[in-house]
Design a protein around this ligand. Structure first.
Ligand code: CDP
Length: 214
């Protein structure tokens, strides 16, 4: 199935700002946007709700995933992120979600963010971006996203904890056998430690337009 429109893959480690960028990129280019992390988070949520260990077989949940499962408001919690990484390591879970992701882009193209979009889901994507930042920067961003106060007395402790958790999840995502997190050979890497969200968007947009010749 060849998509009838450009496919833009935005990959990278946890809390690097992929979602923020991919959403704005999609708006600017008039393309549909899919946060593929939500697929794995929704599968993990269903496994947890069923009282199941997320490392146990979870493809059943992936095969029957609905729009409502994806629209749940309780998918962005740290425990769901941890569980998502565990279900995402299962080849049968990933396999069950491949077609959903490819179909999403089939009609008009799309911007998709995740871990394996440019390497496994769309190896021929028109544009591949790899968005990254140091663990300390990513921990601070996720802390702020979750309404953490950097001036709070326990902020240092909370940030160190968050950084350790993100690093452990990245290590698991990068070392799994099934579609690990890795930089595609033809991806444009953007290090975002010292860049604002607007600056990242400007860079990504310029690169994308150049690649698409638009
Ligand atoms: O928002 P954050 O970067 O923290 O995580 P996410 O993108 O929502 O992804 C949650 C977990 O799902 C990741 O740690 C990966 O294990 C998994 N995932 C994946 O394996 N492949 C994708 N395309 C997207 C997410």
């Amino acid at each position: 199935m060849t998509p009838h429109g450009p496919v833009i893959a935005v990959d990278g480690p946890a809390a690097a700002g992929k979602g923020t960028l991919a959403k704005k990129l999609a708006q600017e280019l008039g393309l549909p946007y899919l946060d593929t992390g939500l697929l794995y988070r929704a599968v993990a949520r269903l496994a947890l709700d069923a009282g199941q260990d997320p490392s146990g077989p979870a493809e059943h949940f992936a095969e029957h995933l609905t729009q409502q499962d994806m629209a749940r408001k309780d998918l962005r919690t740290p425990d769901v992120a941890q569980a998502a990484s565990k279900v995402a390591a299962q080849p049968a879970v990933r396999q069950a979600l491949v077609e959903t992701q490819r179909r999403f882009a089939a009609e008009r193209g799309a911007v998709l963010d995740g871990r394996d979009i440019g390497t496994a889901i769309f190896p021929n994507a028109d544009v591949k971006l790899f968005i990254t930042a140091s663990p300390a920067t990513r921990a601070l961003r996720r802390y702020m996203q979750m309404d953490g106060n950097p001036a709070a007395p326990d902020a240092g402790e909370k940030l160190a904890e968050m950084e350790a958790t993100l690093k452990a999840r990245d290590a698991a995502d990068s070392s799994r056998a099934a579609a690990p997190l890795q930089v595609a050979a033809d991806a444009k890497v953007i290090e975002t430690d010292h860049l604002s969200a607007e600056a990242v968007l400007a860079l990504a947009l310029a690169y994308t337009r150049e690649r698409l010749g638009s």
